[in-house]
Design a protein. Structure first.
Length: 333
C-alpha cells in the first residue's frame, strides 16, 4: 500500500479545544514541518529519530509501552534457573530485543564474581553463552542485540528469518526456518516478556519438544503526564502534518485504552469539549510494519494506515515519501 499524500492545511496555527475539565490549551502554534510520533519504549527509537531528523522530519516521543527488568520473585527464579542451565537446552528462542537484553544482563549478573547488578549491561554475554547452543530470533533487531552482546556468527549459530522485499519478521517466519523434528524429545528455552503469543511454544510442543518459558522483563501501559499530552495535542492540531509510527500491536491497544479514557470513543460518549481533539488524533496517518499492528490501529479508530515492510529502513523510506509533499509546500510558501 503506497503512502497517501496529506492534504495541506489552510492555516499554520490552530486553537485546540478544551481537553478536560479545568484545562484548556489555546492558540498553540502547530509545527510547520512534518512530525513523526514515535511510540516505542523510552530510548528504543533514538536511532530512528536521528535518521528522521536528518531528513527534515521532526519527531515527538510518546511511548506506548513501559519496559522494565523482571522483578517478580518466582519469574526471576525461573529465569535464573534457565540461565544457569543453558547447556541442557537444544535451542534458545528470544522473541524480542528486550528479551535478549534483559536475559543476557541477568546471565552476566549471575556469572559476576562480585554478584553485583549489571544495570542491563549484556556486553560480556558472548563469552558466557555455550557455543554449542543455537539461538533463534524473530527479527533483525534481536539479531543485532545478540551481536552487540557478542553472540553472532561464525562463533555462534544464530537463526533469523531472511530479509528481502517479502521479509516477514514474526513467529510464523521463524518457524519456517526451524527443523522442528530435530527438537523432538529435547529441551527448548523460550525467553520473552510477561504474556505474549503462544504460537512458538505450542508449535514446538506439538513437534515433541519440551518447552520452558521464562519471562525476562515486564511490559505495562505507560501513564503520560500532562506535559506529554499537551505536546501531543499541540502537534496534532494539524493532523495532516503528523504521522504515528506504530510498531507493536500491544502498544496500539494501550493507546486505544488511553484515548478512550481521556476523550471517550469516536462513536460513543465524550468528555465535554473533546470530540474535536479525538478526531484530530485519529485523522493523522499511521505507519506500521505488520498486518496485526495495522489491524490493531484500525480497531483503535485510525483509517489512514500504511503498512510497510519490516525494519527501520523501510519505515524511514515510507515516512520520507509521506513527508515530501509537506516539505515542498513549506519550502514554496
Amino acid at each position: 500500500m503506497s503512502p497517501r499524500a496529506p492534504t495541506p492545511p489552510t492555516s499554520t496555527t490552530s486553537t485546540i479545544v478544551p481537553l478536560d475539565a479545568g484545562r484548556v490549551v489555546a492558540g498553540s502554534a502547530a509545527p510547520r514541518s512534518p512530525c513523526a510520533i514515535l511510540t516505542r519504549p523510552d530510548g528504543q527509537a533514538d536511532a530512528l529519530a536521528q535518521a528522521l531528523n536528518a531528513e527534515g522530519i521532526d519527531t515527538l516521543a510518546f511511548p506506548l509501552l513501559d519496559i522494565a527488568a523482571q522483578a517478580d520473585p518466582a519469574a526471576l527464579a525461573a529465569l535464573d534457573t534457565a540461565m544457569r542451565s543453558l547447556s541442557s537446552y537444544a535451542l534458545t528462542v528470544f522473541v524480542s530485543p528486550n528479551a535478549v537484553a534483559h536475559a543476557l544482563a541477568r546471565l552476566v549478573h549471575l556469572q559476576s564474581p562480585e554478584g553485583r547488578e549489571m544495570a542491563g549491561d549484556a556486553r560480556d554475554a558472548g563469552d558466557l553463552w555455550p557455543v554449542t547452543l543455537p539461538v533463534a530470533v524473530v527479527g533483525p533487531g534481536s539479531a543485532q542485540a545478540l551481536a552487540e552482546a557478542g553472540i553472532a556468527p561464525p562463533r555462534h549459530h544464530v537463526i533469523v528469518p531472511p530479509g528481502g522485499p517479502a521479509a516477514r519478521f514474526d513467529s510464523e517466519a521463524l518457524l519456517e526456518q526451524l527443523d522442528l523434528t530435530a527438537f523432538a524429545g529435547r529441551r527448548v528455552l523460550l525467553v520473552r516478556g510477561d504474556g505474549g503469543r503462544e504460537l512458538l511454544a505450542d508449535t514446538l510442543r506439538a513437534s515433541g519438544a519440551q518447552v520452558d518459558i521464562v519471562s525476562a522483563y515486564t511490559r505495562r501501559a505507560p501513564e503520560p503526564d500532562a506535559a506529554a499530552w499537551a505536546a501531543l495535542e499541540a502537534r496534532l492540531a494539524l493532523p495532516a502534518r503528523c504521522a504515528w509510527v506504530l510498531t507493536s500491536s500491544e502498544a496500539v491497544r494501550h493507546l486505544a485504552t488511553m484515548l478512550a479514557a481521556r476523550y471517550g470513543t469516536r462513536d460513543g460518549l465524550h468528555t465535554p469539549g473533546t470530540p474535536q481533539v479525538l478526531a484530530q488524533i485519529l485523522a493523522a496517518a499511521c505507519f506500521t510494519s505488520h498486518a496485526r499492528i495495522a489491524d490493531a490501529a484500525r480497531a483503535a479508530g485510525f483509517d489512514r494506515i500504511t503498512q510497510c515492510a519490516p525494519g527501520d529502513e523501510n519505515l524511514l523510506a515510507a515516512l520520507k515519501t509521506w513527508a515530501d509533499p509537506i516539505q515542498v509546500k513549506h519550502d514554496d510558501r
